[in-house]
Design a protein around this ligand. Structure first.
Ligand code: SAH
Length: 218
C-alpha cells in the first residue's frame, strides 16, 4: 500500500520522537540533532532511508551509526561548549557534526582517506567550521592536540586503547564500545579523576571493529 508522502516537518518530528522514545532526552543533544540533517551523510541507494532510526551502509564497507545510538553516546559524553573533543571513527561524519554543535572544537580521525575527504565536503557544505578531519590510525589518538576534555570512539576495541586514555584530560570523559566484533559489545564510559579511572557500563551495542593501520584506499 502506498502511503502519502510526509512533509519535512512531519519527518523531523518523527525522527525526534524516535530519539526521545529510545532515551535521548538531553535538550542540547536533541537541538543539535534537529539542526543537523542526516541526509547529506548518506549517499546512493540508502539515502532515502536517512531519517529512519537504523544504521546504514556507507563507503569503504563501513556504517553510519543508528541516530538513537549517536544521541545516546553524545548525551553520555556530557559535552560542554568549552570542550575540545576527539572522535575516532569519522565514518560518514554524522556523529562529528552533532558534536560540533555541542563542543568548542572537534578533531575526528578515520583510517579511510576517502571517508575523511567525503566527510570534509559535507562539513564545508554545512558551514561546520570547528571540525578538523584527519586520515590516520586513531588508536594512537592525536598527541599534538592532547589533552582532550572528551573522547568518543565509534569502532569497537577489545579494551580502551592506552594512548586514548593517556590523552584524556583529568576530569575528562571517554565513551566507547568494547568487546570483540562478532560478539556482544558494551558501550562504556570512562571518567578520568585525580584518583584514577572510573568505568561504567551503559548498554549493549554493535559496532564495526577498530582496526590497525590505514584502510586500503590510503
Ligand atoms: N561515527 C561514524 C560511524 C563510524 S563507523 C558516523 O557517524 O558515521 C566506524 C569507523 O571507524 C569506520 O569508518 C572505520 O573506518 C573507522 N575505524 C576503524 N578503525 C579505526 C582506526 N584504528 N582509526 C581510525 N578509524 C578507524
Amino acid at each position: 500500500m502506498n502511503e502519502p508522502p510526509i512533509s519535512e516537518a512531519e519527518r523531523k518530528m518523527q525522527f525526534l520522537y524516535a530519539l526521545r522514545s529510545k532515551g535521548v532526552t538531553d535538550a542540547r543533544v536533541l537541538t543539535a540533532m534537529e539542526a543537523i540533517d542526516r541526509g547529506p551523510f548518506i549517499r546512493g541507494i540508502f539515502a532515502s532511508r536517512a531519517y529512519e532510526d537504523m544504521p546504514l551502509p556507507i563507503a569503504c564497507g563501513q556504517t553510519i551509526s543508528q541516530p538513537s545510538v549517536v544521541g545516546l553516546m553524545s548525551q553520555a559524553l556530557q559535552v560542554s561548549s568549552r570542550d575540545k573533543v576527539l572522535e575516532i571513527g569519522t565514518g560518514s561524519g554524522y556523529q562529528a557534526a552533532i558534536l560540533s554543535k555541542l563542543a568548542r572544537r572537534v578533531y575526528t580521525i578515520d583510517r579511510h582517506r576517502r571517508l575523511v575527504q567525503e566527510a570534509r565536503g559535507v562539513f564545508e557544505a554545512m558551514d561546520l567550521n570547528n571540525i578538523t578531519a584527519i586520515t590516520a590510525d586513531g588508536s594512537f589518538g592525536l598527541a599534538e592536540q592532547a589533552p582532550f576534555n572528551r573522547i568518543i570512539v565509534t569502532a569497537a576495541a577489545e579494551d580502551p586503547p592506552g594512548p586514548l586514555l593517556a590523552q584524556l584530560k583529568e576530569g575528562g570523559i571517554m565513551v566507547l564500545p568494547v568487546g570483540q566484533s562478532d560478539t556482544v559489545q558494551h558501550l562504556i564510559r570512562v571518567r578520568k579523576t585525580a584518583d584514577g579511572l572510573e568505568y561504567d557500563e551503559l548498554r549493549a551495542v554493535r559496532f564495526v571493529p577498530l582496526l590497525e593501520g590505514l584502510g586500503k584506499d590510503g
